[in-house]
Design a protein around this ligand. Sequence first.
Ligand code: NAD
Ligand code: DAU
Length: 356
Amino acid sequence: MSGQTWSSDLVAALPRRVLVAGGAGFIGSAFVRLLLANPGAPQVIVLDKLTYAGNLANLEPVAAHPGYRFVQGDICDRALVDRLGADVDCIVNFAAETHVDRSILDPDAFIRTDVYGTFALLESARLHQHQRFLQVSTDEVYGDVEAPLRSLESDPPRPRSPYSASKVGAEMQCLAYHATYGVPILITRGSNTYGPYQYPEKIVPLFVTQALDGLSMPVYGDGGAVRDYLYVEDHALGIASVLAWGVPGEAYNLGQGGEPINGLEVAHSVLRLTGRSRELIRHVADRPGHDRRYALDSTKARSLGWAPTMDFTRGMEQTVSWYSANRSWWEPIKSGEFLEFYRRNYRPLAGTATSI
Ligand code: NAD
Ligand code: DAU
């Protein structure tokens, strides 16, 4: 990891007691690790259900920090979130079902957690008159964006998957709570994030761990769909910057901002860094409703002083080297529940002629 440090101005501008919902997941745990590495950091309570995607090992580096407490629980549990809300000044909501392919197979949990769960947290923020409520959202709310356009915060939502529709549902509640009750909400719309500690279902950690094991990398369709890849520490810093300096009621795009990168380019980067041959690339049928392109204009977040620090080449080097050195983190995950999902998702896409 880059071991990014945050400025003392930024840390001083943050609320003093923060409830981090979903803090045992990929981006939430990076946020907590980076936040608590700073002198004078706020106190943090992590609330996490520990679904298949949540992992206490992600929080091991801060487990003994005096300002950290972990509570296992569901954001849909109104009594629990009302109770925890009394001990903090703000909520940052990372908790969500997050994988588009799983939302296509089983939308139910997405609606419950992403929509109802956000409502439950907003109610707690309203009850306790919090200083801030930051909803971690996604560039997927804009849907497919034609080149050369880049989405602006003022663009209308056009979600196309059950996942992105659930994230729009959450955002709409945040905006309603701001307009109706004056809850000081903030929304970040981050782009595709990659880096250490990411559950190996998303393209980067899936391809990296497959390649390290000499297994195939399933590329959807022609591999031409593009994403704006943002290194996880840059995403966490963007969220902290919006939490500190964002204007309540506003949304902020957080994207890397360079030329978007397609699936085949991700595969080739992984092959180069792992020294594997291109025979590992397997084209499978396309994801239903696959958004062909996301691209963000992040000028508004940059005007708060935020800027990504890691380009894709260096970020991929760091990521591959982390997964190579941390097999003990991901090998146990790529069994049981993961394999069941993998077969269920990819077998129908691979067809009869191709093995996956
Ligand atoms: P993740 O899947 O790695 O982690 C999600 C976390 O939420 C897990 O720890 C899980 O246990 C927890 N969780 C799920 N349901 C819960 C519930 N009902 N109650 C309490 N905890 C629950 O996700 P991530 O990739 O870290 O994403 C975090 C947030 O950022 C999500 O809101 C996601 O929509 C958003 N986001 C992700 C990306 C990305 O590329 N990964 C990009 C933009 C925005
Ligand atoms: O853009 C932000 C979003 O990024 C987040 O809101 C989501 O939580 C996160 O999952 C991610 O969504 P994507 O669907 O864009 O990410 P994923 O890694 O699943 O896919 C990235 C691209 O890679 C997409 O074009 C599909 C392609 N892909 C993905 C997988 C898993 C493949 O070609 N093969 C695969 O096996």
